[in-house]
Ligand binder design. Sequence first.
Ligand SMILES: Cc1cc2nc3c(=O)[nH]c(=O)nc-3n(C[C@H](O)[C@H](O)[C@H](O)COP(=O)(O)OP(=O)(O)OC[C@H]3O[C@@H](n4cnc5c(N)ncnc54)[C@H](O)[C@@H]3O)c2cc1C
Length: 312
Amino acid sequence: MSTLVVAEIKGDSLKKVSKELASAGRALGGPVAALIFNGTDDQCKELLSAGADVALKATLAEYSPQGAAQIAAAVARARGAQLVLLPHSIQGKDFAGRLAVKLGAALVADVVGVKGAAGDLEVRKPVYSGKAYASVKVKGPAVLTVRPNAIEVTSYTGESKIEAVSEGEGSVTARLSDIDASGGSKVQLQDASIIVSGGRGIKGPENWPLLQELCDVLGAALGASRAAVDAGWIAHSHQVGQTGKTVSPNCYIACGISGAIQHMAGMGSSKYIVAINKDADAPIFKVATYGVVDDLFKVVPALTAEFKKVLG
Ligand SMILES: Cc1cc2nc3c(=O)[nH]c(=O)nc-3n(C[C@H](O)[C@H](O)[C@H](O)COP(=O)(O)OP(=O)(O)OC[C@H]3O[C@@H](n4cnc5c(N)ncnc54)[C@H](O)[C@@H]3O)c2cc1C
């Protein structure tokens, strides 16, 4: 099935989800074209090795949802793409709807799995705050936003190339004027494959360094429960849950978090959940893959020390 992947860059790096999308397109049979705005050849090569047949370099002087949708729609039409995959990121969500309208395609958001053939897709997505999964049948062209970490990156060694595309952004009436990046974690929560999260059990903001040290050793992002955010211990940008971020890492380490339904709505689809809580009856243990019933102030430093030894 002819698939167009729209890649995303953060700083100087290609976001891992972009490679996941290329691999998803490859698993559906290809051909796969990957569109990248202002990308480098090295970033294009990463897309090619993850499943794209062709990496298409486009120029977008300044990001706008209108401009991005205009270019992506023109490229999708030119290549006869029946499926367009975007990251379920702030940027992907920002222009996926506009792109679907331009292409007359169905839009399914927050996808965690896709199979089928052109014009007959079956798409899996969480519903009811992650308490259930829905299978959505799509009978025509489709635009999907795919949750980071939901698809495995596979390597591709087929024939591939890098091309420049000349589609313009058209007339743009709304532009992003500013981004306030204050309070963000060192590693972005939604892209992280490991998250260490703290709740009311960490007792106060002076104890974040304990969790941050574990994050640094594991290359993890720092998350928090709403109780910790509401107490003013950390910025809302770290909050995981129904009124915070939805994450799907390979490993979620919950420290001093009880596991309220609203918290689990944001992290329940994590592959492995590790809970550290001194209350054996805490609901988090119902979803935990591994549980430690003990004081986090004892367990977290011990884990950090052990991981330092193992990971060097
Ligand atoms: C509409 C709505 C939306 C909400 N949205 C969110 C959301 O997005 N995200 C979210 O997280 N919550 C959300 N909540 C709040 C949610 O209901 C809970 O109140 C919140 O998740 C509790 O946070 P917590 O687990 O950190 O605190 P608590 O429930 O107080 O749990 C603290 C835990 O720490 C353990 N503990 C204490 N000391 C230690 C120690 N030394 N070592 C180990 N364990 C220890 C305790 O045993 C306890 O289980 C929402 C609520 C509502 C009503």
